[in-house]
Ligand binder design. Structure first.
Ligand code: F6R
Length: 613
């Protein structure tokens, strides 16, 4: 949520920052701005996308070798030119960009007003830059000391980057609960909210830790201190990512590229971790805490959004295969009640970005209560990955489309591996079933390719039938219930059609009242265990003139005769079905959104990395 880019060196800062902000636009895209320092402090801000800022500022004087930029996802104040970052201090000496929320900004603002400060914007951020200015003036502090002093007075979350007209070769940056990375080039430095804007310039990076302040100055080594002014020794990491991963690769949208990457990303998630012939699953993080896992009284999975849907599938997998009780929690709810959590619990946080504020705070609570914390994360080096006691990356590569697709299948694959590993350790699975699941997992990437290649034309046709509807219902049983929730979320977030997911049997307890000829009902009907029951559910919809689109196993006959459309997926064992049944739902929402003229990669009001609670 909100993206930050900064540059300090000998090159022109403006194009580097524009380029970087474009890479970070998935974090927020309602307004943007850049400040460039070149004797004077020049600030360019625009409501809208980075391309709007580029068009506006390119003809102006943007020359300078030090600058900071920001792409915003509004929290305090409308997305307009004034509220866009960077914000300047009252004396126009400082400019600051911020990702996060200053929770006590009202109190600080009124105190600063009493001291004569005047504010232009409605943002919490402007208060922080005025506070730094005030402390710098009052106590004659260096920029870094003024920033440190100011941050000790702030309640909330921040990643900030500050420049100062009187220190034209220096940038000061700090973080708490929002990420910040420093890229080290050849006599130049880059800063950003994540590594994606930096990798075309350098692979050497420092991930700032919680409550650390960095002073980045030309001709000097980077200095990192804690907020209590204690010198830290930052680790320089080599980031393993290449530029092609950040391009659309011939697709119109990242979302489509990412949907089509799934055969490869699911295979990557399993690589080196499973051998069906020899019958083993290897997960380093689980091995490390084998005893804790096998003896855990229960496992709690905490996540948000799509990752929460993966967690639900995890619950079905862990309970069926490993016979461990699982509770799935919305991270935000777990954090803000007083849950019973002990050192006998294992808390698994699931997150694509590894930066989701709600999930991070749930994790902190779990740690405070002594539980073992485990991360299932995509973004390498992210806050959740670093905070947890152990974990497994899903290795899906950068997911840039705001609607999560390949991260979902990566998370479900990883949870399946974990469930199998624990089932074997706890001796809760028969050898035959274990082997069958391993062999089936191995061929899942091929089956995903099959779903993608065989159904696209038919799905486009169905999308055209649905595109003008205002509501939709998604039904599924067992492993397909979370898939129904995920299908509904995908549709609403990118096409703005209202959609709800339900366990198929729950329909008759209320939602059935909504069904008429205008209600498309997507039924994920691949179940073998409750096959007759799902057929009855479809009949109930049809009897009320609902329009049924069913996902079925190939060769299925009965449902094909009742439903208005069927989309076939290859047969597999029931616990692995979500990895296939979700694919047509991703494609359907994509095509429906495209037909409605929506920007699927940047849906309105959303951002990819939700770093506010
Ligand atoms: C939906 C979507 C969101 C995220 C949620 C959690 O397509 O992307 O619902 O799943 O914001 O994000 P992560 O997984 O990064 O913690």
């Amino acid at each position: 949520m909100c993206g930050i880019v900064a540059y300090l060196g000998k090159k022109e800062a403006f194009p580097i920052i524009i380029n970087g902000l474009k890479r970070l636009e998935y974090r927020g895209y309602d307004s943007t701005g850049i400040a460039i320092l070149n004797n004077e402090l020049k600030v360019f801000k625009k409501a809208g996308k980075v391309s709007d800022l580029e068009a506006y500022a390119s003809p102006l004087d943007t020359i300078g070798n030090i600058g900071i930029g920001h792409t915003r996802w509004a929290t305090h104040g409308k997305p307009n030119d004034t509220n866009a970052h960077p914000h300047k201090s009252g004396n126009s000496r400082l400019a600051l960009v911020h990702n996060g929320i200053i929770e006590n900004y009202k109190y600080l603002k009124s105190a600063l007003k009493e001291l004569g400060h005047h504010f232009d914007s409605e943002t919490d951020t402007e208060v922080l830059v005025h506070l730094i200015e005030e402390l710098q003036k009052r106590d004659d502090l260096s920029l870094e000391d003024a920033v440190r002093e100011a941050l000790t007075r702030v309640v909330g979350a921040y990643a900030i980057v500050v420049i100062d007209k009187d220190n034209p070769t220096k940038i000061v940056a700090a973080r708490k609960d929002s990420p910040l990375v420093i890229g080290i080039g050849n006599e130049e430095y880059y800063l950003a909210s994540d590594a994606t804007p930096l990798i075309e310039y350098t692979k050497k990076m420092i991930y700032l830790n919680e409550e650390e302040i960095a002073v980045v100055e030309l001709g000097k080594p980077i200095e990192v201190k804690s907020i209590d002014n204690i010198i830290q020794s930052p680790t320089i990491q080599e980031v393993d990512m290449n530029i092609e991963e950040l391009e659309k690769g011939g697709y119109d949208y990242f979302m489509m590229k990412e949907i089509h990457q799934q055969p490869a990303t699911v295979a990557d998630c399993m690589r080196g971790r499973i051998n069906a012939e020899e019958g083993w699953v290897h997960l380093g993080g689980v091995n490390q805490y084998e005893g804790k896992f096998t003896n855990a009284s229960r496992i709690i999975m905490a996540a948000c959004g799509t990752s929460w849907h993966s967690a639900l599938i995890g619950e079905y997998l862990f309970e069926e295969l490993a016979r461990i009780p699982v509770e799935v929690e919305y991270a935000s709810e777990l954090r803000y009640r007083n849950p019973v959590l002990t050192e006998n619990d294992v808390v698994i946080a699931i997150s694509q970005s590894g930066e989701t504020a709600d999930t991070l705070s749930a994790l902190r609570l779990a740690k405070e209560r002594g539980a073992l914390t485990y991360g299932i994360v995509n973004v390498v080096g992210s806050s959740i990955a670093r905070l947890t006691d152990a974990g497994s990356y899903i290795h899906a590569g950068p997911e840039i489309g705001v609607a999560s697709t390949k991260a979902f299948t990566g998370q479900v694959t990883l949870l399946t591996l974990m469930a199998l590993k624990l089932a074997k350790l706890r001796n809760t699975i028969s050898e035959d079933y274990y082997r069958q699941l391993l062999f089936e997992l191995k061929v899942i990437p091929k089956k995903i390719s099959q779903v993608l290649s065989q159904n696209e034309a038919h799905i486009k046709y169905i999308a055209n039938e649905i595109k003008d509807k205002t509501n939709a219902l998604y039904l599924g049983r067992g492993y397909n219930f979370p898939v129904a929730l995920e299908g509904a979320l995908k549709l609403k977030e990118i096409s703005y059609i209202h959609a709800e997911g339900y366990p198929a049997a729950e329909m008759k307890h209320g939602p059935i009242a909504l069904i008429d000829e205008n209600m498309p009902v997507f039924v994920i009907a691949t179940n073998k265990s409750a096959y007759e029951k799902i057929i009855s559910n479809i009949q109930e919809v049809k009897a009320r003139k609902g329009y049924v689109i069913a996902i079925v196993i190939e060769g299925e006959k009965t449902i094909s005769e009742i439903a208005d459309h069927v989309i076939e997926i290859p047969d597999t064992v029931e616990p692995l079905v979500p990895l296939l049944s979700v694919i047509p739902l991703q494609l359907l929402s994509y095509y429906i959104a495209i037909l409605r003229g929506c920007n699927v990669d940047q849906p309105r009001n959303l951002a990819k990395s939700v770093t506010v609670e």
